[in-house]
Design a protein around this ligand. Structure first.
Ligand code: WTA
Length: 647
C-alpha cells in the first residue's frame, strides 16, 4: 500500500522544538537503559508537597495486578495548576473564555482563577463535600467548569464531569453509579444559538437520584428555571458567603482525581478512574512536548470538558504548564463557518487542536471562510478523536495551516489519560492519516486475534505492553471489570480496542475500533447502549446497531430494528424511534439510519452475526461471506433487498 505524500520536519522545527529527532531517539534509548531516571524526570515536572521516592510499580499480570506511579509522593493538582504559577505569572491570563455568539469574552488571570477555585472549594466544603466524595459536574463550556473541577481537586473530592449533551437518563445513571451527593450545573447552556435546558435535565435526572442533597446552579443565561427549596442554590449567592482562600489538600499520588464515564462494547458506561500524580505528570508533559508549548502562548483545544480531551488539554495539561488556555462555548459553524478562524485571530491563538469531524464539515464549505481570516498567529495544528482521512489532513495543512504549520495527529483514549502515539513536530516527518510513533516510554504491539505478536509492516489489534503514568487505574466500583475489559483478551497486555497498521517505517495508522464501539463525530458510543435504548421502546422486539462510513461524522449509526408482532412499520414510527434514542442517551446518539428488519441474521446458537450487518450497512454486498451457517439464511436476502438509504 502506498502511504502517499510525506512531509519532512521543517528545519526551524528540528532546530527549535522541545524534542527533535535526536532527542526522541535518546529518550527512547533512555527508557530502555534507565527507565527509573526517565520516568523520574517526568514526575519531577510537578511540585510535590512530599517528593516521591518510588517511581514505577506495575504488573499487568492477573495474579499480581497493580498499577502505581510515584506512589509515596504527596501533591495537590490544583496547587500545581494554579498556586505555583502565582508568583511568576499571577497576572498572566490562564483562561480565555469565548462565548457562543462571539459577543462577549472573558479573560481570567491565574490570580483570578485561583480565587474563583478557592471560592468554589469553600462552597463545596460548606455543603459537606469531603476528600474522596464524588461531585457530578454537568455544565456548558464556561469558566465555572474548569473552576469547579479544580475546586474538587483542591479539596480532594473526585469529579465526574458529564457532557452537557447527555440526556437526563444518562446523567442519572452516571450520578447513581458513583453516588454523588452534589451536582453542579447551569440554568441553561448555549450552543450554536440554541438553548440547552441543563437545569431542567438535572431536575428530571434527580427524580431517580435520591442521594443528591445539593444542586449548585451557575447562572449562564439568567433563564427562569425552577429551584427546589432546600436543595438548589445559585453559586452567585453561595460565593458571597465564603472566602477566596482555601488550603490545598495534600493528596497521595495514587488518590483518585476524577471519574469519566465512557462507552465500551458491552454493558453500561464504565467509570474510568484517573489518579493524581501520574495523570497530571503525563497530561502536562505531553502538552509541552507534543504541542511544543512555549510560555506565553495561547493554546486552543476545541473539545468540550465533558470528554477526556477537554480534561487533559483544556484544563489540566495547559494549566499545569502555566499556559493560556482558550475555552470555547460554541460550535464551528455558528454564527458563520469562519468562526474557528475568527477566534484564532481575535485571541492570537498559536496552537489549535480539533477533531477531524469538524474539519470535514468545514472543508465542505470551501476555502473562502478560512481565507477570510488571517490565521497568522497559528504555528501548530493538531487533531484527535478519530482517524483523519488524508483528504481532510491535506486541506487542514494547505488551507488552514498554509503549509507552514505541522499537524500532530494524536492517538489516545479516555483510558490513556493523554496522548500515547503522535508525531512530535520537531522529530517526525508527517504522513497524512498516520499518528506516527509512540511517545518515548509507550510500548505498542500488534497482535492477531489469537494474541500472536506480529512483527514488521502489518495490520493487527493494538495493545500496549507496559504502563505509562497517565494510565487509568480502575473502573470505578468494579475493579474486576477493569481487568476483564482491558487485560484479559490478551493476558498481560493492555488491549486498546483499536486496530492499527504499522508501515515499513514503523509508523502507526489507526484503522478504527475492532470491538462494538462506534465513533460518531469523535464521540464514543457503545452499540449495546443504543440497542438497549431501542428495545426500551414499546414497539421494538429486537435491535442490532452497527457503524457505517459517514462523510462528515466518520461513522454513522445504522440500526436494524425488528418490531413486535402486529406493529406497523411507518414513517411516523421511524421518527419516533429516532426521538426515543435522542431522549434516552442524548442528541448526538440519534440514529442516522433505521431499517425495519423482519429478522436478524443469527447463528444456530442465537448469536447475531454483526459482521454481516456491518457489510450490509457499508453497502459492501460482495463481501457478506459465508451465510450458510445461519439459522435462517433467507433473512439476509431480505435485509439486502430492503436496505435503507444512507444518511
Ligand atoms: C479513536 C479520545 C485515530 C480511537 C481522546 C480510540 C483515534 C478512541 C485518534 C478513543 C486518532 C482517538 N486517530 N483514532 N488520532 N484519537 N481515536 O476515549 O478509536 O473519546 O480508541 O478518547 O478514539 O476515544 P475517547
Amino acid at each position: 500500500m502506498s502511504d502517499g505524500e510525506v512531509f519532512p520536519v521543517p528545519q526551524e522545527w528540528a532546530a527549535k522544538a522541545h524534542m527533535n529527532a535526536e532527542a526522541y531517539e535518546a529518550a527512547v534509548r533512555q527508557v530502555e537503559s534507565d527507565p527509573e531516571g526517565y520516568w523520574t524526570r517526568i514526575g519531577q515536572r510537578l511540585d510535590w508537597i512530599k517528593p516521591f521516592t518510588q517511581v514505577k510499580d506495575v504488573s499487568f499480570d492477573k495474579a499480581d495486578f497493580h498499577i502505581n506511579w510515584y506512589a509515596d509522593g504527596v501533591l495537590n493538582v490544583a496547587a500545581n495548576c494554579l498556586d505555583r504559577h502565582l508568583e511568576t505569572r499571577g497576572d498572566q491570563v490562564a483562561l480565555i473564555w469565548e462565548s457562543d455568539d462571539g459577543h462577549s469574552y472573558d479573560a481570567l488571570t491565574y490570580r483570578q482563577l485561583h480565587a474563583d477555585v478557592c471560592r468554589w472549594a469553600n462552597v463545596l466544603k460548606a455543603k459537606g463535600v469531603q476528600k474522596g466524595d464524588r461531585v457530578t459536574i454537568y455544565l456548558p463550556m464556561i469558566p465555572a467548569a474548569a473552576a469547579s473541577m479544580l475546586a474538587c481537586a483542591r479539596i480532594g473530592a473526585i469529579h465526574s464531569v458529564v457532557f452537557g449533551g447527555f440526556s437526563p437518563d444518562s446523567l442519572a445513571g452516571r450520578i447513581q453509579d458513583c453516588d454523588s451527593k452534589v451536582v453542579i450545573t447551569a440554568d441553561e447552556g448555549l450552543r450554536g444559538g440554541r438553548v440547552v435546558p441543563l437545569k431542567l435535565n438535572v431536575d428530571e435526572a434527580l427524580k431517580t437520584c435520591p442521594g443528591v442533597t445539593n444542586v449548585i446552579v451557575v447562572k449562564r443565561t439568567g433563564g427562569d428555571v425552577p429551584m427546589t427549596a432546600g436543595r438548589d442554590e445559585y453559586f452567585s449567592d453561595l460565593k458571597k458567603t465564603v472566602s477566596a482562600e482555601c488550603p490545598a489538600e495534600p493528596m497521595g499520588a495514587e488518590d483518585p482525581l476524577f471519574i469519566l464515564y465512557t462507552s465500551g462494547s458491552t454493558g453500561k458506561p464504565k467509570g474510568v478512574l484517573h489518579t493524581t500524580g501520574g495523570y497530571l505528570a503525563w497530561a502536562s508533559w505531553t502538552h509541552e512536548v507534543v504541542f511544543d508549548y512555549r510560555p506565553g502562548e495561547v493554546f486552543w483545544c476545541t473539545a468540550d470538558v465533558g470528554w477526556v480531551t477537554g480534561h487533559s488539554y483544556v484544563v489540566y495539561g495547559p494549566l499545569a504548564n502555566g499556559a493560556t488556555s482558550l475555552m470555547f462555548e460554541g460550535v464551528p459553524n455558528y454564527p458563520t463557518t469562519s468562526r474557528f478562524w475568527e477566534v484564532c485571530d481575535k485571541h492570537k491563538v498559536e496552537i489549535f487542536y480539533t477533531a477531524p469531524t469538524a474539519l470535514r464539515a468545514l472543508m465542505r464549505e470551501g476555502d473562502e471562510p478560512v481565507k477570510r481570516a488571517s490565521r497568522k498567529s497559528i504555528r501548530l495544528l493538531g487533531t484527535v478523536g478519530e482517524p483523519i482521512n488524508p483528504e481532510a489532513w491535506l486541506w487542514y495543512h494547505r488551507v488552514v495551516g498554509e503549509e507552514r504549520c505541522p499537524i500532530v495527529d494524536t492517538w489516545w483514549q479516555t483510558e490513556t489519560g493523554a496522548c500515547l502515539m503522535t508525531p512530535l513536530p520537531g522529530a517526525h516527518a508527517l504522513k497524512p492519516g498516520s499518528c506516527a510513533k509512540p511517545l518515548p516510554g509507550v510500548k505498542p504491539q500488534l497482535v492477531d486475534a489469537e494474541g500472536l505478536v506480529l512483527d514488521g509492516a502489518i495490520n493487527g489489534n493494538l495493545c500496549i505492553t507496559d504502563s505509562w503514568p497517565g494510565q487509568m487505574r480502575t473502573v470505578y466500583g468494579d475493579h474486576q471489570r477493569f481487568i476483564d475489559t482491558y487485560f484479559s483478551t490478551y493476558p498481560g497486555k493492555y488491549f486498546t480496542g483499536d486496530g492499527a497498521r504499522r508501515d515499513a517505517d514503523g509508523y502507526y495508522w489507526i484503522t478504527g475500533r475492532v470491538d462494538d464501539v462506534i465513533n460518531v463525530s469523535g464521540h464514543r458510543l457503545g452499540t449495546a447502549e443504543i440497542e438497549s435504548a431501542l428495545v426500551g421502546h414499546h414497539a421494538v422486539a429486537e435491535a442490532a446497531v452497527v457503524g457505517y462510513p459517514h462523510d462528515i461524522k466518520g461513522q454513522g449509526i445504522y440500526c436494524y430494528v425488528t418490531l413486535k408482532v402486529g406493529v406497523e412499520a411507518t414513517e411516523a414510527l421511524l421518527a419516533d424511534l429516532r426521538g426515543h434514542v435522542r431522549h434516552e442517551i442524548g442528541p448526538f446518539a440519534a440514529p442516522d439510519v433505521i431499517q425495519f428488519a423482519p429478522g436478524l441474521p443469527k447463528t444456530r446458537s442465537g448469536k447475531i452475526m454483526r459482521r454481516i450487518l456491518r457489510k450490509i450497512a457499508e453497502d459492501d454486498l460482495g463481501n457478506l461471506g459465508d451465510t450458510s451457517t445461519l439459522a435462517e439464511p433467507a433473512v439476509v436476502d431480505d435485509l439486502v433487498k430492503n436496505r435503507a438509504g444512507r444518511g
